[in-house]
Design a protein around this ligand. Sequence first.
Ligand SMILES: [Zn+2]
Length: 210
Amino acid sequence: MVFRELGRFEESLDHLNRSLTLIPPKHVVGRLMITCSVGMIQHAQRKHEEAARTLDEMLSGCTAIDYQPGIALAQMVLCNIHRALGNLTTSVEHGRAALTLARQLKLHRVECEVLNSLAEAALAANDVDHAEMVYAQAKEHSAHHSFARFEARALEGLAHTARARGDIAEAERHWRKAIDRYPIGMYDSTHAQQHLASLDDETTTCFRCE
Ligand SMILES: [Zn+2]
């Protein structure tokens, strides 16, 4: 997954597919977690339909063996994928299911990430107030648990809500803070950079808002 963080998706997929051939079929959880990573990369490559099929497969696999952390993770990724596909109702359903499970199981990572995903779905539905509230929660939880990347993603989100309100100066401040907060070299910071490079152009989109 290091290659995914660097944006080297093909190399990342090669490694994951190779590990799938090496892991014995009896290691069901290990195989399901790799399947999840494959789906996350397909999503990052914007192959959202393909990613949805991969994650549906992971979700049914985890449900079949009642592997709850896997179910939470699959629901979270499906929330992101369906937001990208424009299926906002489905996205929110998956996101809420992931959030409930993450809180029950105290999966703080999933909780922080899915708060951002739910905020993105709210923003995609033009519910700016709700999106802003959820991004603020994501930011607070992520800072509390020291998840810099999710805090950075919440800052990106707050930039998007500021832009949606027409406050470009505030949006710029948040995008700059987000870039500072991302671990150095992380691919995800390119989304904020894309917006900073074209602040005057309101039609610019990134992976979070396209
Ligand atoms: Zn964007």
